[in-house]
Design a protein around this ligand. Structure first.
Ligand code: AHR
Length: 332
């Protein structure tokens, strides 16, 4: 009896030891254990994504793309919406670190102020991918940046706007969120083109509308109040603000896209509808459907493959005359 009892205790101990060893081995490399390599292969990849908010039609499309793609690939997504507040994004990133996710993705609401938390991510050994917007940090603090060339979007917008007003006139600018890479880049590209090629185009007013429809309308109302009879064109850093501005222009008694030409950025469906209604002239594309590229990068990283530091999105320009043909093919 006694011997039997001792034998079963030894057996139980040996089993516990072997389970302990296996989980110890897996736990040693979060990257390896989810990569489908030596350690079982069926454990889900866990990705934390710190989205900046839900401020525009574009952002909604971006979020949907990330969520849908995670579901399709069977990836466990921990998603956080920071409501346009950097401190909320930082909290989310810290909570992803605490949960030991395999990869962290973030769309930084502004460029500055990320150094400390990104260092924490690096110290925790978690790869970090910047999605859509850039951060002003040294390159060793993130693995890859995936998104648009905002400076190029600004250049394209300037060329389109110049065509509409024969390279001369007064324009007003609705800027995106102050300090965001999207607003900084678009303004830089736009000004660069004006300085180089269009000396007779003057920016008479420029203010932020924070990428939202409501603020775009509010700021355009103020522009019209002070300079209503002097404005030839509007450059809006996104379609949502342009749509808000269109309302303000109509309420002021002018015809958008005729009396005041309008070029914006994003190419969301709302912009095509406005172009078809003859109220917006041009939209420069900024692609929000980043889910597939984002999870490709995540999977490549955990599989130990080399990933490039910058992965650009491919983008076009859409004008009023083809908007009705283009709309049915738009996915966002
Ligand atoms: O960072 C991309 C920008 O953010 C889009 O142009 C804008 O609509 C969004 O809010």
């Amino acid at each position: 009896m006694k011997i039997k009892k001792i034998l079963s205790l030894v057996l139980a101990g040996a089993m516990a030891l072997s389970i302990g060893c296996t989980s110890g081995k897996q736990g040693g490399s979060a990257v390896g254990e989810n990569s489908g390599g030596d350690s079982g292969g069926d454990k889900k990849l866990v990705v934390g994504y710190a989205q900046l908010g839900a401020e525009s039609e574009w952002r909604t499309a971006c979020t949907n793309s990330i969520k849908e793609e995670a579901e399709q690939r069977g990836i466990e997504l921990k998603f956080s919406d920071a409501q346009q507040k950097q401190e909320n994004q930082i909290k989310a990133i810290r909570s992803f670190i605490a949960q030991g996710v395999d990869v962290i993705g973030v769309s930084p609401v502004v460029e500055s102020g990320w150094e400390t938390v990104f260092k924490e991510v690096k110290d925790a050994g978690i790869p970090l991918v910047l999605v859509d917007r850039k951060a002003d940090v040294s390159e060793d603090l993130y693995t890859s940046y995936l998104g648009s060339d905002f400076v190029e979007e600004g250049r394209k917008a300037a060329d389109e706007l110049a065509k509409l007003i024969d390279s001369k006139g007064n324009i007003v600018e609705l800027q995106g969120t102050v300090g965001s890479s999207a607003a900084v880049g678009r303004q830089e590209g736009f000004l660069e083109r004006l300085n180089e090629k269009y000396p007779d185009i003057k920016i008479i007013k420029s203010q932020t509308g924070d990428f939202t429809r409501a603020k775009g309308k509010e700021v355009m109302e103020a522009f019209l109040k002070s300079d209503g009879e002097n404005i030839d064109a509007l450059f809006s850093h996104n379609d949502d603000m342009a749509i808000g501005a269109i309302q303000a222009i109509e309420e002021y008694g002018k015809k958008p896209a005729e009396d005041i030409k309008i070029v914006s950025v994003d190419a969301v469906k709302g912009a095509f509808e406005a172009m078809i209604a003859g109220k917006l002239n041009v939209t420069v594309e900024c692609n929000p459907l980043l889910g597939p590229q984002f999870f490709d990068v995540c999977e490549d990283i955990v599989a130990g493959k080399d990933v490039t530091k910058y992965i650009p999105s491919e983008e076009g320009v859409f004008r009023q005359d083809t908007a009705a043909q283009d709309l049915p093919n738009r996915k966002y």
